[in-house]
Design a protein around this ligand. Structure first.
Ligand code: FAD
Ligand code: EPU
Length: 293
């Protein structure tokens, strides 16, 4: 049992995580912390380190599958006003880690800041999207990032230039740190054009993928080198396959959607099935993109 007495104002026990993820599945966090600023966050990290408690950070929960049994590790969420604010300054747009990317991208595209439109329709927070280097066929978040402010694993607040994050496919190297804010390049362009592109990319995405209101985590697997996970699962004949309340999407086979009554275990069964079938048919090992907690 850990002692969290100093953190009563920002700690809640047994918080259901189902309401905090796009899958709306899974059990509770035994301890959820919502620090109000970066110094309080750093304090939580240092206390966890002293107590030998593991911790995880929850963004928008758009790339997570929480198991039905819930999470014993400390879960941290950046919901306070300082983590939700955005600011334009000296050729940059600064945004807190908790800012909703769907909103930021829409706003920036309407105002004519180039590059944001490539991320149209991708849910999550600024922190989660940087961690995952969110993106797709039209581009990723990496070239937009100027620098990030992180709380390190040791509980120190540092600024890292984008070049230090070694962005790669669905990955940024944060050294285990937590993004508290980021500065993006604000490159002016014709607002009509960025907004037109934004709408075009949004339409293209949701012409080929399940809609945002379907419960999913986006693509379950990363694309293997020179292959498409969606096509491999489709060619394995698995579209529409169900386990309990979960289903391999009939629209895009790399999405597993949750229906009423689904459990996280149902999604896990389909993940295992897809992986085994593709391995048996093609000898290709598919790596998870969704993070399982
Ligand atoms: P979470 O799911 O909460 O967390 C993901 C990871 O980021 C975890 O490891 C978490 O610990 C870490 N993390 C979260 N916040 C921070 C922080 N502040 N500091 C450090 N680490 C942090 N992704 C794409 O790339 N392209 C797509 O086209 C796409 N389409 C999607 C469509 C749908 C309908 C859905 C539901 C998801 C889609 N995704 C897509 C996946 C998801 O949008 C991205 O992975 C997004 O970056 C997740 O952000 P999040 O804030 O929800 O992170
Ligand atoms: N395909 C099929 N069957 C399917 C799905 C796809 O045959 O069920 C085929 C398509 O016809 C296409 C190819 O596979 O020829 C690739 O499909 P798509 O263009 O839909 O792209 P993707 O590689 O499946 C990637 C990202 C998406 C991103 C889109 C668009 C990954 C794993 N996926 O999808 O990102 O939205 O490009 O930019 O990199 C995510 O990461 O969560 C995600 C949704």
């Amino acid at each position: 049992m850990h002692c969290w007495n100093d953190f009563e104002a920002i700690r809640r026990p047994d918080v259901p995580l189902s309401g905090l993820t796009w899958y709306k599945l899974g059990g509770p966090a035994r301890s959820l912390f919502e620090p109000r600023d970066e110094n309080e966050l750093a304090g939580v990290i240092r206390r966890c380190n002293d107590a030998g408690a593991n911790w995880r950070v929850l963004g928008g929960g758009a790339n997570l599958l929480v198991r039905d049994g819930g999470v014993d590790d400390v879960v941290i969420r950046l919901t306070g006003p300082v983590f939700q604010s955005t600011r334009r300054e000296n050729g940059t747009i600064e945004a807190g880690a908790g800012v909703d990317m769907l909103e930021l991208v829409k706003q920036a595209s309407l105002e004519g800041w180039e590059g944001f439109e490539s991320l149209a329709g991708i849910p999550g927070t600024v922190g989660g999207c940087i961690r995952m280097n969110a993106g797709g066929r039209f581009g990723s978040i990496a070239p937009l990032v100027k620098d990030v402010t992180l709380v390190t694993r040791a509980g120190a607040v540092v600024v890292r230039d984008a070049s230090e994050l070694n962005f790669s496919y669905r990955k940024a190297e944060l050294g285990g740190g937590i993004v508290v804010s980021a500065r993006f390049h604000a490159r002016p362009a014709d607002a009509d054009e960025t907004h037109r592109r934004y709408l075009e990319i949004w339409r293209d995405k949701y012409r080929t993928q399940p809609p945002l209101k379907a419960r999913s985590s986006g693509c379950v697997f990363k694309n293997p080198r020179d292959a498409s996970a969606g096509r491999l699962i489709d060619e394995a004949g698995l579209k529409g396959t169900r386990r309990g309340g979960a289903e391999i999407s009939t629209i895009h086979a790399n999405f597993i959607v949750a229906h009423n009554g689904a459990r996280a275990a149902d999604v896990m069964e389909l993940i295992d099935l897809a992986r085994e079938r593709v391995w048996a048919l093609n000898g290709i090992e598919m790596e998870l993109e969704v993070e399982v907690w």
